[in-house]
Design a protein around this ligand. Structure first.
Ligand code: ATP
Length: 705
């Protein structure tokens, strides 16, 4: 297997990172094999299916969970997915071998196994003597190439437990300190480096590390749950300047993600699990920021990312392997959702490749600045976030908070959540028509900006939803008048809704006038509902059928009402006054383990054709009641989903469902893929209304366990 020839270094592989050099992190999934017990239980059928549009050459694949007819929403895109029959050797040859070449060319590499508990992370990275993991396979290769090229190899092996680092190669396991030297280089003070000359040396030190310990008899002696990291240092024997630069390769076996709402299988307390989850979020945030080429990468938010900082950015390559259970595991969905976020293509918003708004007008921008809030809002970035002005002059506070935000990305957000999330980036620019420096009549353009892909991460689909809401507000505007557009440039891309309103310009923005940056406007791709005939002529097409539309002022009023209603639907804890805007970002710090949020779904009964009347929501209790019904609905949907997809053991965790009922549910599911569409359907399995209520109450109660 060892490749010591120069061909090895020249080798190219058709990975996403090579196809798209701006991508620093490749995100793949790996479905582990069945254990004997699982094989028996699941009759050898995995609950995960993978759609590879182009077979092994696919640039991206879709991983779907559960019965397709039931859970189409649980499908996520990753760069590739290795299936049960594809072992570590195969993953190594496709993914890791090219990284080994890079290490000998001075490019650090990091391979991370990440996933829910019990998903095979350790088997993938560490493996066993019989089935070597990726680290051992890479080591064989590294040793061979190092020998041919006069390099020496050493390893460090550490553990990060509750943000404390200790050296696993030193029997005393002293604490390791993560320090930054004067040049900004990370130093791991106290971490030993042990030379390795052969693979058997390596095995003794690393493979089977856990199995060398005596089997614990009580839970408190179980191996503690921690992140484990291996660093393979490759360096020159001598100072020969002709030697290629040397580098290091990291292998990280992250501790398993587990929803803190569940009772941990090994009695790990909530605080401990929360800390593990936080460090996982921090890790994924870093990878996401790297892939999105964000200017700020939040390395400092966890000890592990800080340790790996010099291997993650720049020219270095990262492979994240999301390990998955072949049997039902809700946590796997959560983790793949997060992983998928890091490989989403930029600029998904519908944007125009053919049109630009050519404004000959001078503009007034009411908000003092329009800044782009990074997807991942770090403490520093938060302070830089500028204010935005909403039509109602109220602020909708962002969901852009660490930890929580990771999950906000996911497509599980309800439309109202998406809108709330999107509103964080809505700002208004009013454009006054001018001729020779004087306003023309009282006509002005009001432009609602939705942030670009980079500033608008929390809710894919929110753009479309706001668009829909706007269209609903502008009742007579044909939806077909919205033109789908492609990207125009690499500049920050915004989506823009423009309308013209007859209004007294003097009421707005006096004393706050600022020139709108022409370059921003020029680079802005737009989605316009525009009634500016001059501009339309310029653009060569009309987007709105004027004859059919009611007066624009009426439409804008409706639109304004829609926005007000949406603002008032923003959770109150995310609302704040203008004064404390900065601190509001810190309401949910990275340190808070926020479980997958189920933000309220607004029940259809509270909507009127998707247009909410803000005036009807006039007391906190009404708002609360509206949200509670949304939460209730979310919970019901979640329970129904469990009933439609969970395996027998999971079903039996529901109150009132025992052996017989769970067997019957499985039988029903064989007949129809989704037998439970509403709570009344539970009567089919013999549950009375009272029992159904008790079941739901128990589930609510569990949220507070
Ligand atoms: N390819 C495979 N085929 C069959 N069983 C496997 C495979 N990979 C792992 N397993 C089994 O799955 C179980 C979990 O594996 P492993 O310990 O590697 O998971 P993990 O994700 O590291 O767990 P944890 O979250 O506890 O750290 C083990 O019983 C292991 O033997």
């Amino acid at each position: 297997m060892a490749l010591s020839s120069s061909n090895h270094f020249d080798r190219t592989i058709n990975t996403t990172m090579e196809l798209n050099p701006s991508r620093k992190v490749r995100v793949v999934a790996k479905i582990r094999g069945f254990t004997d017990r699982e094989a028996e239980f699941a009759s050898g059928v995995s609950w995960i299916s993978v759609n590879k549009p182009n077979g092994e050459a696919s640039e991206s694949v879709t991983v779907s969970f559960g019965d397709q007819s039931v859970s189409r929403k649980d499908s996520y895109e990753v760069d590739y997915c290795y299936e049960q029959n594809e072992d570590n050797d195969f993953v190594f040859s496709r993914e890791v071998e090219p990284l080994v070449s890079g290490v000998f060319n001075g490019c650090n590499a990091t391979v991370i196994a990440y996933g829910a508990r019990n998903t095979g992370k350790t088997s993938v990275i560490q493996g066993s003597c019989e089935k070597p993991g990726l680290a051992a396979l890479a080591m064989t290769e590294i040793l061979s190439v190092a020998e041919d090229n006069g390099k020496s190899v050493a390893i460090s092996f550490y553990e990060v437990h509750q943000d404390r680092v200790c050296d696993l190669l030193d029997p005393k396991q002293p604490a390791v300190f993560v320090l930054e030297d004067a040049k900004g280089k990370i130093q791991l003070k106290g971490l030993s480096q042990v030379p390795v000359k052969s693979i058997s040396d390596f095995r003794k030190l690393y493979v089977g590390f856990d199995s060398r310990k005596p089997t614990p008899k009580i839970a408190s002696e179980l191996p503690r749950r921690s992140h484990k990291g291996l660093i393979v240092h490759v360096s020159s024997h001598n100072e020969n300047p002709n030697n290629l630069p040397t580098a290091k390769m990291n292998f990280v076996d992250l501790a398993g993600y587990e929803d803190v709402r569940k009772k941990s299988i090994d009695g790990l307390n909530v605080v401990e699990q929360s800390k593990i989850n936080q460090s996982i979020y921090a890790f994924v945030n870093v990878l996401h920021a790297l892939n999105a080429n964000e200017s700020h990468v939040p390395y400092r938010e966890s000890k592990l990312t800080r340790m790996l900082q010099d291997s993650l950015g720049g020219i270095n390559k990262v492979l994240m392997i999301t390990c998955l259970n072949p049997t039902f595991c809700q946590d796997s969905i959560s983790t793949v959702k997060l992983a998928s976020r890091s490989c989403q293509k930029n600029n998904k918003a519908v944007l125009d490749s053919t049109r630009k708004i050519h404004s000959l007008t001078k503009t007034v921008k009411i908000s003092s600045k329009k800044s782009h809030v990074p997807r991942t809002v770090s403490a520093t970035a938060k302070k830089q976030a500028s204010s935005r002005v909403l039509l109602s002059q109220k602020k909708a506070k962002p969901f852009a908070v660490q930890g929580r935000k990771l999950f906000d990305e996911a497509s599980h957000l309800t439309p109202s959540e998406k809108v709330n999330s999107a509103l964080e980036n809505v700002s208004i620019v009013e454009t006054i028509k001018e001729e020779e420096g004087k306003p023309v009549g009282n006509v002005k353009d009001v432009t609602l900006y939705l942030g670009d892909e980079n500033t608008f991460p929390a809710a894919p689909g929110a753009l479309e939803h706001i668009e829909h809401t706007f269209l609903t507000g502008l009742e007579d505007t044909e939806p077909t008048s919205i033109v789908e557009r492609d990207n125009l440039s690499t500049e920050p891309q915004d989506a823009q809704f423009t309308s013209t309103v007859e209004k007294d310009v003097c009421k707005h923005g006096e004393g706050q006038r600022e020139e709108f940056t022409p370059s921003l406007r020029d680079s802005t791709n737009t989605m316009s509902l525009k009634e500016d005939k001059g501009t339309e002529k310029e653009n060569g097409s009309s987007l709105v059928d004027d004859d059919k539309s009611p007066p624009i002022s009426v439409r804008l009023r409706e639109l304004s009402n829609n926005l007000k209603a949406l603002c008032s639907a923003t959770p109150s804890y995310l609302k704040t006054t203008e004064k404390n805007e900065v601190s509001s970002y810190a309401l949910v710090p990275i340190g808070a383990d926020i479980v997958e949020p189920k933000t309220p779904v607004i029940e259809p009964s509270t909507r009127a054709g998707d247009v909410w009347d803000a005036n009807n929501i006039n007391s906190p209790w009404q708002t609360c009641s509206m949200r509670s019904s949304g939460m209730k609905n979310s919970l019901v949907q979640e329970c129904l989903r469990i009933l439609n997809t969970a395996d027998k053991e999971e079903l039996k965790k529901l109150k009132g469902i025992g052996e017989k009922r769970s067997t019957y549910i499985l039988e029903l599911r064989e007949e129809s893929p989704e037998p439970f569409k509403n709570l009344d359907d539970l009567k089919d399995i013999g549950l009375s209304a009272k029992q159904i209520k008790a079941l739901m109450k128990t589930e609510v109660g569990r949220l507070f366990d």
